[in-house]
Design a protein around this ligand. Structure first.
Ligand code: AMP
Length: 285
C-alpha cells in the first residue's frame, strides 16, 4: 500500500482534497517514533474512515525549557514504512517553520481540566498541545480524530476543546497498548536503561493495585492513592511527580469513585519522565 508523504500544508490539503469526495477522513496526530500504541490508533481510524492521515510532528511548543525536545527520537523513514503497512493514506510531516512561520500571537488556552497534574508539572504544555491540534484540525479537516487513553488528561482536554470551539470532528480515544509485562508503550521508553526499564514497571504495578482495589469495591480515593504510593515507594529509584484519582472527563480529583474515573501516575525513572493511567470501573453494587 503506498502512502503519500506531505511536508507542506498545501500538499497535505491538496492530497486530502483529491481523496475526500465520498470518503471519510481520519486524523491521528503523533510525534513520530511510532510504536504499536500509535499503530493501534491507526487501526481504529481505519475502522472509521477510508482516508487515514497521520501527522508526524515533534511540536516544540508543547515542550518546556529543559525538557527532551532536542533528544526526542526521530525516524521518519521508519515511521512512513510502518504507516504504509497499516494502510494510512497520507503522512503529514511538516517541519517547525512550516507549522510556525511566525511566533504565534494566538493560542488555545484552557482552564480547569489542564490546571493540575501534567499542566502543573509542565507549564505551557497543554497550550502547546491544544494549539497544534487545532492547527492540524484546520489543515486536515478530519471527520474523526483518534487519540490515546495513554495521555488521559490530553484526551479529556481535546474532547473539551472540540466541544467548546465547535470543531465538527468526532473524537475517538483508543485504549493503552502495553508490553506483555504491563509497561505502557511510549516513544520515551527508548531512553530507559535495562535497570530503568525494570523499575518503570512500578508505575503499572501501582495502577494495577488501584484497579484491583476498585474492582473489589474500594471507592475511597485516599485508600487507592495510599496503595499506589505504597507500591511506588518500594522503588527508591523512582521519583514520583504525582499520583491522582480523578473524574475521567473533568480531571477533577475525586474523594469517592462513583462514575468514570482515572487513576494516573507520573514519575521520573533515571532521566526519563513517564506517565501512565488506568480507567477505573466502579464496583457494581
Ligand atoms: P505521541 O506521539 O506520544 O504524541 O502520541 C500520539 C498519540 O498516540 C497520542 O494520542 C497518545 O495518547 C497515543 N499513544 C501514545 N502511547 C500510546 C499507547 N501505549 N497506547 C495507545 N495510544 C498511545
Amino acid at each position: 500500500m503506498s502512502v503519500l508523504v506531505a511536508t507542506t500544508m498545501e500538499e497535505c490539503r491538496g492530497a486530502i482534497g483529491r481523496l475526500r469526495p465520498g470518503r471519510r477522513v481520519a486524523l491521528v496526530p503523533t510525534m513520530g517514533a511510532l510504536h504499536e500504541g500509535h499503530l493501534s490508533l491507526v487501526d481504529l481510524a481505519r475502522e472509521r474512515a477510508e482516508v487515514v492521515t497521520v501527522s508526524v510532528f515533534v511540536n516544540p511548543t508543547q515542550f518546556g525549557p529543559g525538557e527532551d525536545f532536542d533528544r526526542y527520537p526521530r525516524d521518519l523513514e521508519r515511521d512512513v514504512r510502518l504507516l504504509a503497512g497499516r494502510g494510512a493514506a497520507i503522512v503529514f510531516a511538516p517541519d517547525t517553520r512550516t507549522m510556525y512561520p511566525e511566533p504565534l500571537l494566538t493560542t488555545v488556552t484552557m482552564r480547569g481540566i489542564t490546571d493540575d497534574f501534567e499542566g502543573a508539572h509542565r507549564p505551557g504544555h497543554f497550550d502547546g498541545v491544544l494549539t497544534i491540534v487545532a492547527k492540524l484540525f484546520h489543515v486536515v479537516e478530519p471527520d474523526v480524530a483518534v487519540f490515546g487513553q495513554k495521555d488521559a488528561q490530553q484526551a479529556a482536554a481535546i474532547r473539551r476543546m472540540v466541544a467548546d470551539l465547535d470543531f465538527p470532528i468526532e473524537i475517538v480515544v483508543g485504549p493503552t497498548v502495553r508490553e506483555p509485562d504491563g509497561l505502557a508503550l511510549s516513544s520515551r521508553n527508548a531512553f530507559l536503561s535495562a535497570a530503568d526499564r525494570r523499575e518503570a514497571l512500578a508505575l503499572h504495578a501501582a495502577l494495577d493495585r488501584a484497579d484491583s482495589l476498585a474492582r473489589d469495591g474500594v471507592d475511597d480515593a485516599d485508600r487507592l492513592l495510599d496503595a499506589m504510593r505504597e507500591e511506588l515507594s518500594r522503588h527508591p529509584a523512582i521519583a514520583v511527580d504525582y499520583v491522582a484519582i480523578v473524574e475521567r472527563d473533568s480531571f477533577r480529583p475525586l474523594r469517592r469513585i462513583s462514575g468514570p474515573a482515572v487513576a494516573a501516575v507520573a514519575a521520573r525513572v533515571g532521566g526519563t519522565r513517564l506517565i501512565d493511567n488506568v480507567v477505573l470501573e466502579p464496583h457494581e453494587r
